[in-house]
Each structure stands twice: as C-alpha cells, then as structure tokens.
Design a protein around this ligand. Structure first.
Ligand code: SAM
Length: 297
C-alpha cells in the first residue's frame, strides 16, 4: 500500500519539503516547486493551462496573462524550476494546446455545460499577428524552453480520433495537440523497449503520432489527460519507485497512472476544488487497489 501525503497550506516563508512518498500539494506551481529538493524527480508529465482559453476563477492562475510573451515567460520560469528539481538524466513530457487569435472579440459566450469556458477577458491579438491567425503557442513555448537550456528531443502528435466537431468551413477541423519530449542533458533515461508498438506481426520503436481518444472526466471543467496518453510517458521515462511530478495536477490523472505503475507522484494544484477532487479520486483508487491486492493474495 502506498500512502500519500497531502499539504494544503504553506507558510509565508517557504519551508523545504522532504520527500517521503507520493504527495499532493496545494498552491502556486512556482512557489511550491521552489520548496522541492534539487535533482529528486525522474520524470515530469504535465499540461499547463492553455493561453486565453479558460478562466479557472482563482487568483494566481496561469493562462490569463494579457500578452503572449508574459504567458510564455511565466511558463519558462516555472519550467526552469522544474529543471532544477529534475534529475540530470530526467525527462519532461509537456502537453500544450494551441489557439487562434480572438479576431478582437473581447469575450466568449457562457457555455451551460462548461462554465469555465465563459470568458469575460480574452487576450488581445498578439503583436505581429492578425485576426484568425493560429498563434502557434506550442512551438513558441518549445523554442523558448530550448533557449532556456532544455533539449528538445521530440514533438509528438496526439491525434484525437474522437475530436469535437467544429463549425468552421474555411479550414480543417483541428484534431491534434502536441506533446514535447524534453531533457535536461544530452543523455537521459528512456526505456524504449517498454513502449514499443506492434506493426504487423512484429514490434518496433514507438512512432511520433499517437492515436488516443479524449476521455471526459465529468467532475472537471477542464480537459483531463486520458490515462492512455500518460502511460507511455511514465513507462518510458521512469522506473518503479521513481518520483514523477505534475506541477498542474488538475484531477490527478498522473497520480492514477503512477499508482498503477508503482511510481511515486508529486502533484501540485492551485485550485482548492481541483486539489480536493484529486485527493478524493486518488484515495478511492488506492482503496480499490488495496482491495484487489487483498482479494488476489
Ligand atoms: C489543463 S489542467 C490539468 C489537467 C490534468 N492534466 C488532469 O489530467 O486533470 C491545468 C490545471 O492547472 C491548474 N493551475 C492553474 N494555474 C496554476 C498555478 N499557478 N499553479 C498550479 N496550478 C495551476 C488549474 O487549476 C488546472 O487544474
């Protein structure tokens, strides 16, 4: 049984966290990362909020910066701290979505099913771009991180066979997102054999296009990771017993996969509701796994 530790409030003067097993920490990603020990985490899998897409209604949230450079710079600062926490041979799997310039619409109408999609603030069109331009946020961030010292090792296309239809008639419907594989050093731990794919009758090195359906998590008002997407990242990027970190934990999908794969996890989440959601989800899953273990023994 892997018990996890939950920390909901941090004192003004940041204390240093001692890693004693899986933990879920509530607060701002940058502040909490600063309290974690250097070179302690083998693998990071994460999906930060996208720029100008959701209002999580909480002070300090990422994604509502008025300009694109402010958004990118904030993420670069966070991932710089992630780099310190990562072991020298560690890996970062970073999922980030793109968006279009708002065409100078200043708001988005409320969506009854998903209140977080109602936006009363939408960022202005970034300098140099025009209304209707695809912003290219993922690549802009990838280049900024590369500039900050990260090795950009691969872009992975997450193809979503069940992507939401769009009402557009002047471009193809968007059905993919990017995942960037980044390392801290030239050489790093990557277990390619654990994530090989089947091709005809034989196994081969995994390719860069992954077909994975989105999986709605009804309680969350944001896009959650499908476990199937996280699983290969964790299998290739860590060994059982290693620490895996997600500084934007949301509903805690990383924790679910870590529980299944015997990794320890560190989740950081700013929003108290999502923090609680993750704590409850992971406690329930842990109980279920304990019951299974008892039943099998
Ligand atoms: C796209 S969601 C992550 C979803 C997650 N991958 C899952 O499977 O549930 C982004 C999360 O980042 C959180 N967030 C926003 N600003 C933050 C900040 N400054 N520090 C930590 N978390 C933050 C949001 O509350 C949201 O839960």
């Amino acid at each position: 049984m892997s018990v996890f530790f939950v920390k909901e409030s941090f004192p003004e003067v940041a204390e240093k966290i001692i890693l004693i097993g899986s933990m879920i920490l509530r607060g701002d990603a940058l502040n909490i990362l600063r309290t974690l020990p250097s070179a302690s985490v083998q693998c990071v899998v994460t999906s930060p909020p996208y720029w100008g897409l959701r209002d999580y209604n909480i002070e300090g949230q990422i994604g509502l910066e008025p300009t694109l450079p402010q958004f990118i710079n904030r993420l670069v600062a966070i991932f710089n701290e992630v780099k310190r926490v990562l072991k020298d041979d560690g890996l970062l799997w970073l999922n980030i979505g793109d968006s279009y310039t708002s065409g100078n619409r200043g708001w988005r109408a409320p969506d009854k099913k998903n209140p977080a999609r109602a936006m009363n603030v939408r960022p202005d069109t970034p300098e140099g771009l025009k209304p209707k331009d695809l912003i290219g946020v993922p690549w802009r961030l990838a280049f900024a991180l590369q500039q900050d010292g990260w090795y950009l090792r691969s872009d992975i296309i997450w193809n979503k066979p069940n992507a939401m239809p769009e009402s557009v008639k002047d471009r193809p419907t968007r059905a993919h997102e990017y995942i960037f594989l980044m390392s801290k050093s030239e050489k790093y731990y990557y277990n390619y054999e654990s994530v090989m794919e089947i091709n005809g009758g034989s196994r081969r090195n995994r390719r860069t296009v992954w077909d994975i359906c989105t999986q709605p998590f009804p309680e969350a008002h944001f896009a959650t990771f499908p476990s199937e997407l996280v699983d290969p990242c964790i299998l290739a990027g860590s060994k059982p017993g290693d620490y895996v970190l997600d500084p934007f934990f949301g509903s805690g999908t990383i924790g679910m996969v870590c529980q299944k794969r015997q990794r320890k996890y560190i989740g950081i989440e700013l929003h108290p509701d999502y923090f609680l959601m993750a704590v409850n989800r992971l406690s329930a899953n842990e109980k279920q796994m304990d019951l299974l273990e008892v039943a099998q023994s």
